[in-house]
Structures are given as structure tokens and as C-alpha cells.
Design a protein around this ligand. Sequence first.
Ligand SMILES: Cc1cc2nc3c(=O)[nH]c(=O)nc-3n(C[C@H](O)[C@H](O)[C@H](O)COP(=O)(O)O)c2cc1C
Length: 183
Amino acid sequence: MANHQIAVIVSSLRRDSFNRKMATALEKLAPPDFVFQHLDIGALPLYNQDDDSNPAESVKHLKSAILAAQGLLFVTPEYNRGIPGVLKNAIDHASRPYGQSVWAGKPAGILGVTPGTIGTALAQQQLRSVLAYLDVPILGQPEMYIQAKDGLFDNAGNIAEGSRKLFQSWMDQYAAWVKKHAA
Ligand SMILES: Cc1cc2nc3c(=O)[nH]c(=O)nc-3n(C[C@H](O)[C@H](O)[C@H](O)COP(=O)(O)O)c2cc1C
């Protein structure tokens, strides 16, 4: 059985990030042939078009990891009703030089968690807009606007029983989405 390599982009650099914790917990609900690789977007320089002809090693690494992946998983907080700058920086890096974007055609899923009541909805909508421009096919449903509340995770860091069905359903549909695009 061929593995499905998934590039995971968590756009919080915070040590105790809820979003990273959620990504890690979600991965445990994936089919056994799915392999997840977290991309280090915090080490990237700020994008500067002058560097297109001489990209940093971290940029080359980012682009080759995306190229090698069969799917993308974005897990993002919302910063001031938009996506964190660290994520937009990574997206811009991997979209350039002009004509050498590595995003096109990679099936993607998007989730986010916040203590706030709208569950990262505005950041996710902004991300959808940017990725659509880059020709990334994005799983439309189910949407996952998660509010961080006590009891979301169990003591072992898994998605707790009360939310497990919701996350399992999302993962099942995401996995089918990735496989459909790989076929
Ligand atoms: C600069 C900044 C802006 C924020 N703006 C929003 C926001 O627009 N909406 C929201 O729900 N939470 C907002 N928050 C709160 C974050 O959702 C919260 O810090 C969350 O824990 C960040 O995700 P993380 O735990 O993965 O780091 C903001 C936090 C920061 C640091």
C-alpha cells in the first residue's frame, strides 16, 4: 500500500500552541497509510523578491517537501481577523519564482482553533482565498471552526471523546479528498 505523504503547516510558532496540539491529535485519526511531516515555516527568512534567484536553504527545503507531498494540511490560528504573517510568508515563498510555484494541484484541508468564539472562521476564509488563487483544491466540507475549551483534548493530548466523532468524520473526508486527487 503506497503511503500518502501529507505536508502539515501549523501557522503558530508558540511553544504550547493549541493549533499544533490539534494537528498532532488529528493525525492520530488518519488512515495507516497517511504519513505527516510538519514543515518548519518559522525558520524562513522574510520573503524578498530579490532573493528569487538565490533562495535560502530553508526555502528550498520547504518547496521540495511540498512537491513531494500528496496533500496539504493547514492548521491555523486567527491573528487580527486574518492569517498569521508567518503563514503568508511561507505561502509567498513557495509560490515563487514566477512560474515555479509548488502549490498548484495539491489537495488541502484547513482547520483552526482559537479561544475566540468564531473559531478562526475569518482567517480560514482568507486562507481559502489565497490558496484558490494558487490553484490549490481545498476540501469544502465539513468546515472546522474550533473553539478551544476545556475538555477538547484528553490528558494524553488526544481529541477527547466528546469531539472525537466530529474530528474523525473530518479526517475521513479529508483522506478521501487526498486519495481522489492522487488517483
Ligand atoms: C497577534 C494576535 C492576534 C489575535 N487575533 C485573534 C483574532 O483575530 N481572532 C481570534 O479568535 N483570536 C485571536 N488571537 C488569539 C489567538 O486565537 C490565541 O492566542 C491562540 O491561542 C493562538 O493559537 P495558538 O494557541 O495555536 O498559538 C490573537 C492572538 C494574537 C497573538
